[in-house]
Design a binder for this molecule. Sequence first.
Ligand SMILES: N[C@@H](CCC(=O)N[C@@H](CS)C(=O)NCC(=O)O)C(=O)O
Length: 325
Amino acid sequence: MGLLVDGKWQDKWYDTKSTGGDFKREEAQLRNWITADGEAGPSGRAGFPAELGRYHLYVSLACPWAHRTLIFRKLKGLEDHISVSVVSPDMLENGWTFDREAHSTGDHLYQSEFLHQIYTRNHSTYTGRVTVPILWDKQQECIVSNESSEIIRMLNSAFDHLTGNQLDFYPESLRGEIDAINPFIYDTINNGVYRCGFATTQDKYQEAYHKLFDALDDVEQRLSEQRYLVGDAPTEADWRLFTTLIRFDNVYHGHFKCNRQRLEDYPNISNYVRDLFQFKDVNDTVDMFHIKRHYYYSHANINPTQVVPVGPNIDYHAPHDRGLL
Ligand SMILES: N[C@@H](CCC(=O)N[C@@H](CS)C(=O)NCC(=O)O)C(=O)O
């Protein structure tokens, strides 16, 4: 695990000293947008028009942020139009790698060894963390974006006129509600599990832990009255939450000490996870081997033996009761 400083790789764990033991996630720096006609999006520069076959995703199958982009690629019918390279789940002294011996597909575009080479190919003196997902423009040979929440917005609509896929996970009429719930879910749950796991003081861990379970209690209550977080069909807000929930009992409960209870012990949340897992072909995007291997093997300061637990054995294909709502 490390970062680039002026284009040079440095093997460094997250700095929690300067924040009193708290884990602070670095803001994504590369924020351009693919748009239908190539005009600039809400941030960054113009020049990234939607074109079939032009863009590539670099992902980890373990990473909840990258997972969102794979779900949107699938649901929006973009699998034949946006190619993908998958990094190895083992993220050690060189960060994410394309080691085929360690379950990576390899870098299909440049045969790079390490993901940090994609960042320096984009900008030779880049300084920052080397994160997935990355959306890459094969024509201009540069990074469009490394912010998953914005990549899923692009995939949701920019290609619709080319693919004819009109499924809308950010419908105009629900945008206010989606925009209101996203930051709450992000702070307390999506990033909350990391704040529990990466905290280096008892206080910061406990603070994150209570916020996390208070938020899960709220979500459980909300899901007792409605099938999805917002509206009566899955939206972006559900997919953003789903990628954390599907990792929770398998990884965050043990590895990140998020153990007040399992999600399986929440009647509504446990059924909701199955509902989303079984929606169209979303289950194809879930790779429990990569998920467990990544966290338990890569965070050697949390799990020094790197032994990956066998359980739990949860059947996400089991029937759910969400259709009754
Ligand atoms: N804001 C980014 C966060 C992505 C992120 O933090 N990805 C993690 C993987 S789960 C990563 O690559 N971490 C490597 C690091 O921080 O060095 C997004 O949502 O796209």
